[in-house]
Unconditional design. Sequence first.
Length: 395
Amino acid sequence: MKNIRNYSLDTKCVHAGIKEDMYGSVVTPIYQVSTFKFRDADQGARLFKGEEDGYIYTRMRNPTVEALEDSIAILEGGAKALACSSGMAASHTLLSTLLNAGDHAVCSESVYGPTMTLLANVMSRFGIESTFVDTSDTEAIKNAMKPNTKLVFIESPGNPTLIISDIEEIAKVAHSKGAKLAVDNTFMSPILQNPFKFGADYIVHSLTKFLNGHADVIGGVVVIKEDSEYEWFRKNLNQVGGVLEPFNSFLVHRGIKTLKLRMEKHCINAQQIAEFLEVHPEIDWVRFPGLKSHPQYEIGTKQMSGPGGMISFELKKGLEAGKILMNNVEVWQLAVSLGGVESLIQHPASMTHASMGKEARENAKITDGLVRLSVGIEDVDDLIQGLEKGLNKIK
Ligand code: LCS
């Protein structure tokens, strides 16, 4: 669709990225093909030299993958996007493109566990040092910056504590020190937060979550603001190789058509559930960006257009009560991942954030009793009753 960037989010979700083809296909079909033939030897050489535009080999470019990439770049307001085989592959693509041996990164301590261990245990082996701080405290970032800091990497809201970091202020700190800012926007999706508007340079998403929305794909994406950096990123992704394949790209692109509708329902359901939990006698505390009790509620309202579908809370009787809850809920499924149409419940300390180790969890305030909910789009009364079934079993 022409001038798609000028349309509203609802329209972008339905139309962005779709390629015109010779058959008039209304959606971009699945080009399930690994390699594309050349008309003759000279054309092959020209394509490789970049003198002619076209497809060569699916690790390099593929129409179905490109359609998805274009749709996400448009939704985020970035120049280009690179679809990767998982959210972790997207983070790795970003880090391995930007950072060299001798560089330093500052990262949120409340991030998805493997994101922390990618920096702390993998990138460190290639001479890249990282410091983990509470990024809801911009001063802590300032204090962690070193002359060789090239990147600040934040997740806002953070997984699983839902702390909110001030993207605009952090971008100013990073840029004043000559560093770039990357934001993992997975918990918000492009519908609820656009980090480029607040000065971020790069965005990553796990496509596995809200963007796909149907718990049937693992994928990730890096979105870049500046067109001039695209070839550099594309070359690195082609070399590290963690690309998304065409069928999964098709599924995510299909999921995006309903992204705005789904995000609206996730937000409405989660708000009601957070309010129900906040006054429940068995609950000690609830963390949800839509509750006034959230410590960074004001910052959230500045940069987020909705609270999202993720809730964390702790029961007064701690982890043992949490286990009773997880084992007895109805409608909710006990599983990791998030952002799908179905509601999930899980225990970060023993599941998603186990790999970080106890000390890193304690620093990030990921307590042993913290339970995390990913609120789906089911009927909210069914979801509340399903939680009550578990809560009533706690004595
Ligand atoms: N970023 C965030 C914020 C995430 O929550 C996850 C996965 C990733 C990146 C990595 O994406 P993946 O490679 O799995 O596509 N988060 C998960 C979670 O909280 N439960 O299971 C996976």
